[in-house]
Structures are given as C-alpha cells and as structure tokens.
Write a new protein. Structure first.
Length: 343
C-alpha cells in the first residue's frame, strides 16, 4: 500500500466545519475512503447543526457543542448498525453540517405583473418587491425535502424555490385583500403580516423558519401608471367653472403690468367668459345634458363694449382700491371710458 493510500485510510479523529465561505447552507464532511473511529470528536459550533446519515437514513442530529462519538452519543446510529455495546472498529457514515444562521436581506419580486381585479380601476396588473429573512431550524427535514445527497447546498439554490412560493402567496394576498390599489401603500404593513402568516407553514414544511417578510413597494406597469397620472391630473383640475374664475383673477394683475395697461382687461374677461361657456357646453353634451349654442368668440369684444359706463368706472375703482392696478392705469382707463361717453 502506498503512503498516500495509507494516509487516506487513516481514521477521522475530528469532524468540524469552519464555514469559510458565505452563502452555504449545507456542507457534507468529505468522507470517501475515510472512516470515523470510535471515540472521535465532533465539534458543532454556534449557528450550526450536524446530521449523521447511515445508508440513506437520517440517524442522529447534533446541536452546538463538542461530542465524543460513542454508542451513547449515537443512539440511533447504534441501533441502525446493530451495535450491542461498544463499536471498536471504524465505521462510515455521512456527516452533514447545516448553517442555522439568519439569512438576512434576501430579496424577492414578481418577475411578471400579477393581474388582479381592482374595485376602482377594474383589471390591473401589479408588480411588487421586498425583502425577507429565514433560517434552518430542522436540518433533518431540510435534508429529506431539500438538500438531499449533494455535497453542498447554497442560499441561491434554495431561493430559486422560495421565490416562487413567495410570489404565489403575494398573488393570493393581493387578490383576497379587496383593498383598492390606491390604498395599498397605506396597508403594506398589514399586507406583509398577512403574507408572512401564509408563508410560515410552507417554509416550516422544508425545515425552514420565516423570520421576517416585508413588502417594500407595489406598483403598476409603466403604461398603466401613465393612465393613472392622467386621471389624477383631471381630478386635481376639479370644477372647471371655478378653475376659469381663478385663471381670470390671476390674469388681472399680469395684464396691468403689460403694455396697454388695464385697457385690455374688459376684452380678456369677455374672452374668458366665452371660453368657459364653450367648455361647459361641451361637457354638458358628454354627460347627457342639452347642448347650448356656443357664442362665437368674435361677439366677445362687442359685448365688452356694451358694458354700462358707470358700472365700468365702479369696477375700475374697485380694482384700484384692492391694489390690483396702479393709479396711472386707473386714470388712463377712466379717461378712455369718459372719452367714449363724449364722442
């Protein structure tokens, strides 16, 4: 027998895992031709657990601590091996270490929009994303259901499956919540709790505990978001009549600063009134109200000219008192009115 073969045949005295690489959930201690001797030492560190597997069957499970391997510390394996008292010869058994550390900041998201029925917008397609954390709590169950006979099982391997379960639970929660899309932002905390409660038993089936689940954002696809923005803008406009009055009021001081002073205010007011009537007539038709004959914009100027001179002078005086026009503008406009009376 060569020296290399002799060394490989030596008994394993210490079994341990240093976790020298992040993201590994399960790691099989390299055995091959190696054998474990009676009285060997097993070291399981904090945030670890170890499982002995004999001929494909899970035998003994060890939590954190240092163990001397005997028939007393390996009761199930002793039974499977039919050891009566002590085993003096070396034996072979798969020893798999599992990391029980919290896996924090794991991200999830819907790869495709989820189509749901909304009480306000009808059928909508939503996207959602967030974070969650978990840890292995039952390594024997995790071995049977997930990791199996692989030499190494990583976080990425597990999350390919977990992500599908998360999205399925998210779809169920959104569809059953009956919360309008516009109110979802204010209910993300409750939604996170609801989804967490749905996922907890599913994770437990695989020997995994769901520690935390958070919904960070629920959004619409870009084209639907644009349509929503348009609807919001229309809602912000409110009453078109009041909107027209507001625009007219804000235009008075601006007109006073332009060339020609206050002289063009009457025409501007008339044009604004005509525009408001035209818009109101158009809206009335769309809502089933009888349409009114819109007055041509060309009639606005004559209508303004037919204003009672006394009323016009009173309007100018009110504007001056409110500080909306200057004294010079008031004198100019007043002179123009009086000129029309004497001409």
């Amino acid at each position: 027998m060569s020296l290399g073969s002799f060394i490989r045949k030596q008994f394993i005295d210490i079994l341990q895992w240093n976790e020298d690489r992040d993201g590994v959930l399960a790691w099989r201690h390299p055995m091959q031709d190696f054998e474990i001797q009676y009285g060997a030492s097993l070291t399981v560190r904090e945030s670890q657990m170890a499982v002995f597997v004999n001929e494909g069957k899970v035998a003994d499970v060890f939590g954190p601590g240092m163990y001397k391997l005997t028939t007393q510390t390996l009761p199930v394996l002793t039974y499977l091996k039919n050891w009566d008292k002590l085993f003096e010869s070396p034996f072979k058994s798969d020893v798999i270490f599992f990391s029980t550390r919290l896996q924090l900041g794991r991200r999830w998201g819907t790869a495709q929009p989820v189509t749901l029925r909304d009480s306000e917008f009808g059928m909508v397609r939503l996207r959602a994303f967030g974070v969650y954390s978990y840890q292995i709590t039952d390594p024997a169950k995790f071995y049977r259901e997930i990791s199996g006979t692989r030499d190494e099982y990583t976080v990425d391997d597990l999350e390919a499956q977990l992500r599908n379960m998360v999205v399925a639970a998210m779809t169920t929660a959104l569809g059953g919540s009956k919360v309008p899309f516009l109110d979802i932002a204010g209910n993300q905390g409750l939604m996170s709790q609801s989804i967490s409660e749905q996922l907890a038993p599913v994770f437990d089936r695989y020997g995994v505990k769901l520690d935390n689940f958070t919904v960070e954002n629920v959004s619409l696809p870009e084209e639907l978001q644009k349509a929503l923005d348009t609807r919001i803008s229309m809602g912000m406009a409110g009453d078109l009549g009041k909107f027209t009055q507001y625009q007219t009021a804000t235009s008075i001081p601006l007109a006073a600063q332009n060339e020609g002073g206050i002289a063009g205010i009457g025409a501007g007011l008339a044009a604004g009134a005509a525009l408001g009537q035209t818009m109101a007539a158009g809206l009335g038709v769309g809502q089933g109200q009888p349409a009114q004959q819109a007055q041509p914009a060309q009639q606005a100027a004559p209508a303004a000219a037919a204003v009672d001179p006394v009323a016009r002078l009173q309007q100018l005086k009110d504007l001056l008192d409110k500080g909306l026009i200057t004294a010079a503008d008031y004198d100019t406009a007043k002179a123009e009115v009086l000129k029309k009376l004497t001409s």
